[in-house]
Design a protein around this ligand. Structure first.
Ligand SMILES: O=C(O)CCC(=O)C(=O)O
Ligand SMILES: [Fe+2]
Length: 372
């Protein structure tokens, strides 16, 4: 999350709005292999699937806070020159990947506009998005709009330092699951082509009753893990026991200075056989006087590297596929595993065509550590 100074650029989050109870995890403690912190982050990610990562007091984390400030600044400036077109939903392949407007349930433009920067562009990897020879992604580095290009070193910092933080979180999961330290990281190495992106998001102020509606539809993230930074509220998580159609189950997440919001996404559920939890979330209207200003949000959506397999990990405390009692064909498919690129495309298509039933996944109970 942004620095305390950046937080003064918007009205404060109201103190009379109920907020979700979210674990606060210290990056510095994870860096020091603090066993209690490793358990706390694992518990948070097997129950709610969200936690706050406090970057303060860690040298990489302190630099990351500055990168986040710069990325949030770039968001507003980028959207100012972006095409907020009614037809953006049907724009060309290239435009669709870079500029976009989210769709509402009835197909109309939602209250979020966004711009996407790929990790492959920022880190000079061969691009995962090159499908046709004339794809603009062949250009390296990709010419993003000036507000982004002028802060390229900060976006590089955001990716590299964000990935460092993720390495520490993944290491905690591995130790808690009794698996080799690198088992998750080797499936999503930053220097390998992947669908990992930075999404810069803006929503207009929500002043009128008509504007006080959902800004980004309820979803789970289909990658592996997401880092999120914003100053204004609006993000809501679904309580684990709640029905998405019941408004009372949705709780605001209060942005905290110096902290990132982190959430587990679908690939981690897949690899762990449902142990880690990918929780539904959405962006609702901004509460209180924060609604007077545009909402800016920056997400690092980390996704599996293109060539990795999506089969369930075998080992440690991960439940065996054979314990699931599902039909033979499904079991065989899960053991063989699709490549990440095919798995991801299937998910994206299902989402676009409305075939994916949106629901939180994972959170499966585990045997206690001592019993393994
Ligand atoms: O802007 C936010 O707070 C949430 C964004 C989000 O959920 C996403 O980009 O997947
Ligand atoms: Fe999301």
């Amino acid at each position: 999350m942004a620095s305390p100074l950046f937080f003064t650029s918007a009205p404060p989050f109201p103190d009379d709005v109920p907020v979700a109870q979210i674990a606060r995890i210290s990056l510095e403690k994870l860096a020091n292999k603090d066993a209690q912190e490793a358990k706390a982050v694992f518990d948070a990610c097997t129950s709610l699937g969200f936690f706050l990562l406090d970057l303060r007091g860690n040298s990489v984390g302190e630099e990351l806070i500055k990168d986040v400030d710069a990325a949030l600044e770039a968001t507003g400036e980028t959207m100012d020159i972006g095409p907020r077109r009614e037809n953006a939903l049907h724009s060309t392949y290239a435009q669709m990947l870079f500029w976009g407007i989210m769709k509402t349930k009835n197909g109309k433009p939602d209250r979020c506009e966004f711009y996407v920067v790929t990790q492959d562009d920022i880190l000079h990897n061969p691009s995962r998005f090159c499908i046709k020879d004339d794809d603009p992604f062949h250009t390296h580095p990709f010419p993003n709009p000036p507000p982004i290009e002028s802060r390229r070193h900060h976006l590089e910092g955001f990716v590299n330092r964000g990935q460092y933080a993720i390495t520490l979180v993944l290491r905690a999961f591995s130790t808690q699951l009794g698996l080799p330290e690198n088992i998750f990281r080797e499936r999503m190495q930053p220097d390998q082509s992947s669908g990992t992106i930075i999404r810069l998001i803006r929503s207009a102020p929500s002043l009128t009753p008509e504007e006080k509606r959902t800004g980004l539809v309820a979803h789970t993230d289909y990658g592996s893990i997401t880092l999120l930074a914003n100053v204004t509220g609006g993000l809501q998580v679904l309580r684990p026991d709640a029905d998405p159609s019941d408004e009372r189950g949705w709780e605001y997440v209060k942005p905290e200075p110096g902290c990132l919001i982190v959430n587990i996404a679908d690939a981690m559920v897949q690899w762990t056989g449902g142990v880690l939890r990918s929780n539904m979330h959405r962006v609702n209207f901004v509460p209180g006087t924060q609604a007077l200003v545009p909402r800016h949000s920056v997400a690092l959506l980390v996704r599996p590297q293109m060539d990795t397999r999506m089969s369930r990990i075998v080992g440690g405390r991960i439940p065996l596929v054979s314990e699931d009692g599902e039909d033979k064909a499904k079991r065989a498919e899960e053991l063989k595993g699709l490549s990440a690129i095919v798995w991801e495309r299937r998910k994206a298509m299902a989402l676009r065509e409305g075939r994916d039933i949106m629901k939180s996944r994972g959170g499966r109970a585990l045997q206690p550590l001592a019993a393994v």
